[in-house]
Design a protein around this ligand. Structure first.
Ligand SMILES: Nc1ncnc2c1ncn2[C@@H]1O[C@H](COP(=O)(O)OP(=O)(O)OP(=O)(O)O)[C@@H](O)[C@H]1O
Ligand SMILES: O=C(O)c1ccc[n+]([C@@H]2O[C@H](COP(=O)([O-])O)[C@@H](O)[C@H]2O)c1
Length: 216
């Protein structure tokens, strides 16, 4: 049987309930043999990060442990000194897992809307499938996507079972997620001295307070 590995990449600055819900949704849908969380080292489309890699990793460990969602943290992007390009990560993962494993890179609808800005974005499909979850404020409908992304999706949209049973090249849209949370919103709330309680796992909030993060 083919193994299926799902990867969730992100800045996780900090990890929040939207990330946990996205991971949990695809853990249920795909039942992957492994769910890997891949914290970004230098996300080149972002204007810097607030928390250190060490703190972001610690918060990820706490969040997924509290959610009782077994994950493996893959820190290769933090260990690289180059800007974080997903294509590099997927090349490495494919080399590690071999040609037959099903690899699914997960993302929210906001990333799909700008997928054509990613480095070598069409080549991502040579190494992995993509699994996309809906996100409030970001439309998954064709009309909301760049034409080039729509063209790729039209060729690649497939049922989940096909993603599980083939190595790469397909796409799946999960319309059922509706968690209106962003790390930007959480950082802003924490800077204002608000608690951000329903947005973030309590263990992560404790960590943020103990380590005095997101104050400025
Ligand atoms: N509420 C959410 N619903 C669905 N997907 C999400 C949600 N929040 C984040 N994601 C997805 O998780 C991945 C990592 O996101 P990221 O760490 O950038 O969080 P973010 O909340 O978008 O951060 P920021 O507000 O700092 O841009 C991305 O693929 C993103 O689309
Ligand atoms: O490869 C790229 O060029 C690229 C451009 C933007 C985002 N990504 C990846 O998309 C994921 C979410 O990114 P972010 O910046 O919203 O946290 C994370 O794994 C990033 O490395 C990747």
């Amino acid at each position: 049987m083919t193994i299926c590995v799902a990867l969730l990449g992100g800045s996780f600055d900090p990890v929040h309930n939207g990330h946990v819900a996205l991971a949990a949704l695809f853990a249920k849908l795909l039942a992957p043999g492994r769910l890997r969380i891949v914290p970004a080292g230098s996300p080149w489309q972002k204007n810097g990060l607030s928390a250190s890699a060490k703190d972001r990793v610690a918060m990820l460990e706490l969040a997924f442990e509290a959610a009782a969602l077994p994950v493996v943290l893959d820190c290769q992007e933090i260990e690289r000194s180059t800007p974080t390009y997903t294509i590099d990560t997927l090349r490495n993962v494919r080399a590690e897992l071999g040609p037959d494993a099903s690899v699914v890179f997960l993302m929210g609808a906001d990333q799909l809307q700008q997928l054509d800005s990613w480095r070598e974005w069409q080549r991502l499909f040579d190494f992995a499938h993509i699994g996309v979850a809906a996100r409030p404020g970001f439309d998954l409908a064709e009309a909301a996507l760049p034409a080039a992304v729509t063209l790729e999706l039209e060729k690649r949209l497939s049922p989940l079972a096909q993603l599980k049973n083939t190595p790469s090249g397909l796409a799946y849209l999960a319309h059922e997620l509706a968690v209106d949370i962003s790390a930007t919103q959480i950082r802003a709330a924490l800077q204002r001295g608000e608690q951000a309680n329903p947005l973030i796992p309590p263990v992560v909030l404790d960590y943020i307070q103990q380590h005095n993060l997101y104050k400025i």
